[in-house]
Design a binder for this molecule. Structure first.
Ligand SMILES: [Zn+2]
Length: 248
């Protein structure tokens, strides 16, 4: 949740800094081409102001509330990231992107969509590790546990927090889902990726010993994380600068 510090800057997780907690300066309307917007209704006033991330330079919108002239504080801040969980470097690009898509759904309070994404992370991870031919997702999870790639405790969580939750979304009638339900799925999807990719060489040895064919053994199936281009060029009314690389 975004807060305002003693200097009047907003402290929030920046979406463009991959969820890192950073400061945002609140721009004076005179500093920007767009000015500010003041909205009044009865005794309430909302002051819409542009803000700028002090780390990467990305823009955001801060809404301050006033009641009968008294500043009541920050009413809204957008876009604000939630905590992003770090993933091992060896996680394939497609799986990493699916995981981040799930985190974006969580940030947008789209919990069912997030649950479906985290189930998809599990499904794609098992496929990339040679379990697709074992049968349905339930059997694939059990086979990975039988091989010793995941522990019995993780096997149980993979069923309960990821497979069943995701199946509810994909196959059952619509029903609301809570942030807590999906936060668990988020954390267990990350832990399963750590199980498979933290020490990739050891896991590859276990997979091969169990006659599995991971993507590494299928030429052309492993996507590398290539350079995604130059850092963003940020142009503001007061300065032009290169964004520093994001930090967590
Ligand atoms: Zn930023």
């Amino acid at each position: 949740m975004a807060t305002v510090n003693e200097q009047g800057n907003i402290v929030a997780r920046c979406r463009y800094c991959e969820g890192a907690k950073t400061g945002f300066e609140v721009l004076d309307p005179g500093q920007t081409n767009w000015g500010g917007v003041v909205y009044k209704k009865y005794g309430d006033q909302h002051d819409f102001r542009l803000a700028r991330c002090l780390n990467c330079g990305a823009g955001a919108l801060a809404v301050f509330a006033y009641r009968r002239g008294d500043k009541r504080g920050l009413a809204d801040f957008y876009p604000e990231s939630k905590e992003r969980l770090p993933l091992p470097e060896d996680v394939p690009k497609g799986i990493k992107r699916e995981f981040i898509e799930g985190e974006r759904c969580l940030e947008a309070n789209c919990y069912r969509a997030a649950a479906a994404m985290f189930r998809s992370v599990l499904d794609k991870t098992l496929r990339a590790n040679g379990y697709k031919n074992v049968g349905n997702l339930k059997r694939q999870i059990d086979a990975a546990a039988d091989d010793g790639v995941i522990t019995a405790a993780r096997q149980k969580r993979a069923h309960e927090e990821l497979r069943v939750l995701g199946n509810d979304v994909l196959h059952d009638e619509w029903s609301p889902m809570t942030a807590d339900d999906v936060e668990l799925a988020h954390r267990y999807a990350q832990r399963i990726l750590e199980d498979f990719y933290d020490d990739r060489e050891s896991i590859l040895a276990v997979l091969r010993a169990n006659a599995r064919t991971p993507d590494e053994d299928r030429p052309g199936t492993v996507e590398r994380d290539e350079d995604e281009g130059e850092p963003a060029q940020i142009v503001s009314s007061s300065s032009t600068f290169k964004a520093p690389p994001p930090s967590r």
